[in-house]
Design a protein around this ligand. Structure first.
Ligand code: MG
Length: 372
């Protein structure tokens, strides 16, 4: 049932370390399962997406966000005849490289690294996790994932230049990623645009009239919901409107990708790779709506002063712990002390911090930075 332009598991470029075939799971199914059973995946449960636990347990965390992305991406992939197992593996792994405290944590970690002439990038960190940090198998370090999953980790959301990142040369940086990887970035955006409106409303940081005025597509669907369910409570009409936005974005992406494939004359995976641009894009109308909704979320939610305490925590906790371990590397766990023999200390400290959950980093902060 796979389309001609889908990735075929039997044509995978394979794993770094050769393994015997499993009797009834193919390589992409095994990669998906390896991600699910990894420690980094379990830690997503205690990492902030936008709202910390301080707000409510009802809100998304990075794990539930990841599961929503996987649901959306699987639906799109199945409609297009893409490799659903590869898509699921890519969706489930797409956020494992994120540090604690959501985007504020990423910014803070990058800022301290830049003071040492280095930087932090969550896709590159995800690759380090699956290649090196996960220790689950006796035969190799990391998860020994197939080339296509590692390539997708690097290329799903960002084009890295070969001259700037020579260490990534094996990932065919001058070619586009397969559609299975391309659609992850958009499934991610569909998931968080709708979820953040929902959680922002539930957190009472966004009011209904404000959303209706600022996001015209929401207003349109809310009016429809009011006509269909005049007696429903506000939150249920809100849910109806949000559900229709999600459905509109998914439907548009499926249709538009089919159009793009036709227009570009794509008939196989090589054509997808050789195409000078990404094919997974929204149609112009929905793209306009997406941009508007995102702009609204930045102005009214992500930059909201109500989230400042979380941002201050991220900045203070990450910076102070980073500086503590730079000054006292003997306080790092043994495995990280050993790593410091082969890599610059700031990179080792960064790796350690990036892997932490929100809970664990607060514990460390209390232990090392607040004591005395
Ligand atoms: Mg994400």
């Amino acid at each position: 049932m796979l389309a001609d332009y889908a990735v075929r598991v039997e044509q995978s470029r394979g794993r770094r370390v050769a393994e015997l075939q499993h009797p009834y799971r193919d390589d992409f199914q095994r990669d998906r399962d390896r991600v699910i059973h990894s420690r980094a995946f379990r830690r997503l449960e205690a990492k902030t997406q936008v709202f910390t636990r301080r707000f409510s347990d009802h809100f998304r965390n990075r794990l539930t966000h990841t599961i929503e992305v996987a649901q959306i991406a699987r639906t799109i992939a199945a409609q297009l005849g893409l490799n659903v197992d590869l898509v699921e593996a890519l969706a489930l792994v797409h956020d494992v490289g994120h540090p604690p405290f959501g985007h504020a944590g990423e910014k803070a970690l990058d800022a301290v690294m830049r003071e040492y002439g280095l930087f932090f990038d969550h896709n590159l960190h995800a690759l380090r996790i699956v290649e090196d940090f996960e220790l689950r198998y006796a035969a190799f370090r990391g998860l020994n994932l197939t080339f296509e999953v590692r390539e997708g980790i690097i290329k799903h959301s960002h084009d890295y230049s070969a001259s700037e990142f020579p260490q990534l040369a094996e990932y065919l940086l001058d070619l586009r990623p397969p559609l299975e990887a391309q659609l992850i970035d958009l499934a991610d955006e569909i998931a968080y645009d709708t979820a953040d409106l929902d959680d922002g409303y539930e957190a009472r940081l966004l009011a209904l009239p404000q959303i209706r005025a600022g996001v015209p597509v929401f207003d349109r669907f809310y009016r429809q919901a009011e006509q269909t369910y005049p007696n429903a409570i506000e939150k249920l009409k809100f849910n109806e409107a949000l559900k229709r936005i999600l459905d509109r974005m998914v439907g548009d992406l499926i249709r538009n990708l089919q159009n793009q494939i036709k227009a570009a004359g794509i008939s196989n995976l090589e054509d997808v790779r050789a195409c000078p641009r990404r094919l997974a894009i929204f149609g112009s109308e929905v793209e306009e709506e997406r941009r508007g909704a995102k702009e609204f979320l930045y102005q009214n939610l992500y930059f909201s002063t109500a989230l400042n305490p979380e941002k201050d925590d991220a900045e203070r906790v990450i910076r102070q712990l980073f500086e503590f371990w730079m000054a006292k590397p003997e306080s790092l766990p043994r495995t990280y002390r050993e790593k410091a023999d082969q890599e610059p200390l700031p990179r080792v400290v960064c790796d350690y911090i990036a892997g932490m959950t929100d809970n664990f980093i607060y514990d460390q902060y209390e232990r090392y930075c607040e004591a005395g």
